[in-house]
Design a protein around this ligand. Structure first.
Ligand SMILES: Cc1cc2nc3c(=O)[nH]c(=O)nc-3n(C[C@H](O)[C@H](O)[C@H](O)COP(=O)(O)OP(=O)(O)OC[C@H]3O[C@@H](n4cnc5c(N)ncnc54)[C@H](O)[C@@H]3O)c2cc1C
Length: 527
């Protein structure tokens, strides 16, 4: 039963402060009581690191229709056409909103500069600070958030979605301080989950520490549908230098003319696709993975010599990072190899960002809107975050306006039942190694089964312990288990889900695999 007596602390609690959470909070703040809860500092998510830019059909030679066609083509038959329509048609308005909010995109003679990236048929990538797009966006949006009426709660892990006895979302529980594991709750009429992706669960990843898939585990535990978890996208070109982080070398570098070559200087991607370096991400990542298997080498190379000195001007962050590791990108080939980069799957949402739990909305990388199908088109994720965060927060405010104040049911808060004997460091290592070895760029049934066993072991070893470090690991392992289960279940290769034991796409699998904690898995066939 919903308790109608007590008012809520907030109209909306937004979980996460990447581009999705910030844009949702900024839209809501003028007219609603909003709290933004984030587990690190405000700019700790993936958004800050985005380099290439944001795709939107704003150029003279471009149209929403062309952007639609490119997105659908990249998605290998699994994009939700209605979601892609929303993305491409509302994209330009969201760009104007970002400019109104103070984001300074790169321009020339007063005109927006547009770059072309792999698998986009037109120049349509807006960028800022050269390759510092995410930093510019986060900086502008955070400045605006700080000046708004929204309450900002940093360094606070959301460790539970509160639900009423009827299963409506009605707030979050937050745990702070790993030593003490202090738990507090915030009640709200609606929750907007914008907690980002999960790619840091793999051993080799371009993502920051925050991207451990918490939101999927939180929503799944609260009873939400989760879908598309087999589709984890690997970026073909992450820096592969000993001792260096797997820093992303953006697609835009190839868009500007750089080549991928093996140690003999051969452009081997041309052997599998006539578009060569400009082929889709799945094609290029697989070509590199197979070249590495064939040669036994640990990296291939990105040859930026076709760009000449322009490379360092157009890509200052990449040039500076390479220089830090003794590489001059204008004269030396950059060693690169694939790394986990983007989680296509996530919490299932409709076009308004609503999940299957009333009052719970999701947007950004944590959500599965169906926009990306089986393979995300580069630079569409920032746009997806912007477009669907606006839709989600408007729907959440509508819900908040209509639904009565609700209080959590008594059984939903976590209680400390037992102490885990697993050292969290060992658990994280086991998880990351298992996913990289068994659920990497190319998978097969045996590897996936082994990975699933390792993840399930970590889930079992960490359940019931409410110290923050163990709860964080438990959430990560739960999400990793869903990845393995989905990848095992989808018996075909499609987009970025590549099975060496089942190399063809199959009509039988033309749809979404949806998972629910009580109802198990179902297959939603696309018509
Ligand atoms: C190196 C790199 C380059 C990229 N380049 C591009 C690009 O050029 N173009 C493009 O379109 N996309 C790019 N992407 C992808 C894009 O950046 C992300 O998909 C997008 O930023 C996701 O935004 P988000 O707001 O959903 O998540 P994030 O920006 O990751 O934010 C998630 C937030 O949730 C918080 N959080 C997570 N769990 C919890 C919890 N339990 N409790 C509280 N808070 C929590 C995090 O701390 C963070 O604040 C890139 C990604 C990376 C890593």
């Amino acid at each position: 039963m919903i308790n109608r007596a007590a008012p809520t602390d907030y109209d909306v609690v937004v979980v996460g402060s990447g581009i999705a959470g910030l844009s949702a909070a900024l839209s809501a703040a003028p007219n609603a009581r909003v709290a933004v809860v984030t587990k690190g500092a405000l700019d700790d998510g993936c958004s800050r690191f985005a380099q290439g830019g944001i795709a939107a059909a704003v150029g003279d030679t471009d149209s929403a229709e062309l952007h639609y066609e490119d997105t659908i083509a990249a998605g290998r038959g699994l994009c939700h056409p209605d979601a892609v329509r929303v993305l491409v048609e509302e994209g330009p308005a969201r760009i104007r909103q970002l400019i109104d909010w103070g984001v300074a995109f790169d321009t020339q003679d007063g005109e927006l500069l547009l770059a072309q990236e792999a698998a986009h048929s037109r120049p349509r990538i807006l960028h800022a600070r050269g390759d510092g797009t995410g930093l510019e966006v986060e900086t502008a949006l955070i400045r605006r958030l700080r000046a708004s009426s929204a309450r900002v709660i940093e360094h606070a892990d959301v460790t539970g979605i509160l639900t009423t006895a009827d299963g409506l979302a009605c707030g979050v529980s937050i745990t702070t301080d790993p030593g003490e594991s202090h738990v507090t709750t915030l009640s709200s009429a609606a929750v907007v989950l914008a907690s980002g992706g999960a790619s840091r669960l793999w051993r080799n990843s371009t993502n920051p520490e925050s991207a451990t898939g918490d939101g999927v585990a939180l929503a799944y535990t609260a009873g939400a549908d989760v879908s598309g978890m087999e589709f984890a996208q690997f970026h073909p070109t992450a820096l592969a230098v000993d001792g260096a982080p797997r820093f992303l070398i953006s697609e835009a570098v190839r868009g500007e003319g750089a080549w991928i070559v093996n140690r003999d200087g051969k452009r081997f991607v041309l052997d599998v696709d006539p578009r060569g370096e400009l082929a889709g991400r799945d094609v290029v990542a697989r070509a590199i993975w197979e070249e590495l298997e064939r040669s036994g080498e640990r990296c291939v190379f990105l040859d930026c010599s076709p760009l000449g000195a322009r490379a360092a001007v157009r890509f200052p962050t990449i040039a500076a990072t390479c220089a830090r590791y003794g590489l001059d990108m204008t004269r030396q080939p950059i060693p690169v190899s694939p790394a986990a980069h983007y989680m296509i799957g996530g919490v299932t949402t409709d076009l308004e960002g609503a999940t299957s739990v009333p009052g719970l909305y999701a947007c950004g990388e944590v959500a599965h809107t169906g926009v990306h199908g089986a393979n995300r088109l580069a630079s569409n994720s920032l746009l997806e975050s912007l477009v669907f965060s606006q839709r989600a927060v408007h729907a959440a405010l509508g819900w908040a306006g209509e639904s009565p104040p609700a209080q959590p049911g008594p059984t939903r808060l976590t209680s400390h039942q037992r102490a885990s004997t697993l050292d969290p460091r060992d658990g994280w290592n086991a998880l990351r190694d298992a996913l990289w070895a068994g659920a990497g760029v190319v998978r097969d049934q045996n590897g996936l089964r082994a990975a699933a066993r390792s993840c399930d072991d970590v889930v079992a070893a960490t359940s019931g312990d409410s110290t923050l470090s163990t709860m964080q690991l438990h959430a990560a392992a739960s999400t990793a288990s869903l990845v393995c289960a989905a990848a095992l279940a989808r018996e075909e290769s499609r987009g970025c889900h590549l099975r060496s034991d089942l190399p063809q796409a199959s009509d039988q699998w033309h749809g979404d695999l949806v998972m629910h904690k009580d109802r198990g898995a179902r297959f939603d066939r696309h018509l």
